[in-house]
Each structure stands twice: as C-alpha cells, then as structure tokens.
Design a protein around this ligand. Structure first.
Ligand code: BGC
Length: 255
C-alpha cells in the first residue's frame, strides 16, 4: 500500500472512471470522500467497493457548479476524516451539439462542472492545506480533448483546454506550498459518458481504428495513473498532463 493514512476527495465517483479511482485508492489505504450529483445508488456501490477494499468512505451529494456546495463537500470530508490530502477532480459532463445549436443552458452546465467546479474545489482544498501547513496532491481528470478537437463537443473541449491551463498555472502558484497539480488525460475509456458511442458498432469501429493499442481504455487504466500521481513517487512532478489514451492523441498514418 503506497497511500496509507491519506484521505482523498474523488468528485463524480458514483460511476465510471471516478468509481474505479475511489476503489483503487482505497486498495492503497486511502479513505475516500465519495461525491456524486445524480446517482445515489452508484455512490453507495462505490462505498461498498471501498469498504471491500479494506478502507472507509463517506458519501456526499454536491452540485459542483455551486461554490457553497463545494465548500460543504470539503467541510464534510474534513469532519469525517480530520483532513484532506488528495483531491481528484474527476466529475465531468459532455453534451453533443453542432456549435450553432449549443444552448446557453448546456454551455453553462458543461463549463460549470468541468471548469468552474475544478477551480473552486481546488481552491477550497488548497485553503485547508495552507491552514494546516501540509503538502497535497491535486489531480485533474482532463481528456485528450484538452489538445485534440472533438467536433460537435465545443464547450467540452473548451472546458478541458481550460483545465490544461489551470493545471499549469496553479502548479506554479502552489509549488512553494508543496502542493502539486497535475492532469490525467484519458482517451476513449469504456464508461457511461460515451454509452451512445459504445452502443453504435459502426462508430466504435471507426474509433478503434484511431487507437494504436487497438482497444478501449478501462477505468482501471486511469485509476492506476491516479495512484502514481498521488504517491510520493510523483513528488517531483507538477504542472503536467499524463495521457492515458492507447496512443490516440498522436496517431496519424496514411492508409
Ligand atoms: C470523451 C469521450 C470520447 C473520448 C475520445 C473523452 O474525453 O468524454 O466521449 O469518446 O474522449 O474521443
């Protein structure tokens, strides 16, 4: 176990990548604050997985688009476990639309969770770390689309591009306090966020052709990278993005 005695908040951990991260961190001895917005059943399942892994968890419902909700999420975690060491900003949403059809409501929903929520969750945890004079690890789950265009998902790409710059900027500002900030950029991972694509054989074949390692990623592929960035083995890494994408980002070849 490489993370014994640590406490992590994992946002959006009621399903998909977040659930796998919570379970994987638990196996390393981390106690988990499970955050969810919609899927209470999923959050309870995550709690059972964490307990089966030999650790402890609490479940908190929070709307990450609201700063007061974020502050109470962090306060709940501190109340339950006495401190926070690791923040995994995993929660994210995407909505497909041609750019000329994107509604203000969908634009705000995506940017609020994927960008504003990441910033204020980080700010709140950073204040706690500074008050308690302790180092910490902020790990943002970004996407290959922090670099790569994803037509028909403009607000999503814009949010991930913002996360990329947030990671760089805060890494520099927080380095003097021993707080590192990094991102993990998954490619195509089998999760509920891309259920529509996974259920469309033609689209799936097209996507597979873009992945040099010729398989979709598993949530556990991302979770393993989180454990590394959260561990002391990554103490000298800050301000960077680790791509977990089977080679998708830089794939180009002529047929
Ligand atoms: C998106 C998925 C998409 C994948 C690869 C992810 O960031 O959430 O919907 O399939 O990137 O394009």
């Amino acid at each position: 176990m490489v993370l014994q005695e640590t406490v992590a908040i994992v946002t959006g951990s009621s399903e998909g990548i977040g659930q796998a991260i919570a379970e994987r961190l638990a196996k390393e001895g981390t106690r988990i604050v499970i955050d969810y917005h919609t899927h209470a059943d999923g959050a309870e399942k995550t709690q059972r997985l964490v307990e089966a892994a030999g650790s402890k968890a609490i479940v908190v419902k929070a709307d990450l688009g609201s700063v007061t909700a974020i502050q109470s999420l962090v306060a709940n975690g501190i109340k339950a476990f006495g401190k926070i060491d690791i923040l995994v900003n995993n929660a994210g949403i995407e909505k497909r639309a041609d750019c000329w059809d994107v509604t203000e409501q969908d634009y705000d929903a995506v940017l609020n969770v994927n960008l504003k929520g990441v910033f204020f969750a980080t700010q709140t945890v950073v204040r706690h770390l500074m008050q308690t004079k302790r180092p910490g690890k902020i790990i943002n789950i970004s996407s290959v689309h922090e670099e790569l265009p994803f037509p028909h998902f403009a607000p999503y790409c814009m949010s991930k591009g913002g996360v990329k710059m947030m990671t760089r900027d805060l890494a520099i500002e927080l380095a003097p306090f021993g707080i590192t900030v990094n991102s993990i950029a998954p490619g195509a991972i089998e999760t509920p966020i891309n259920r529509a694509l996974l259920n469309d054989p033609a689209k799936l074949r097209g996507l597979m052709g873009n992945i040099p390692l010729r398989r979709l990623g598993k949530p556990s592929d991302v979770a393993d990278a989180v454990v590394f960035l959260a561990s002391t083995g990554a103490d000298y890494i800050t301000g960077t993005t680790l791509f977990v994408d089977g080679g998708l980002l830089w794939n180009y070849h002529e047929q």
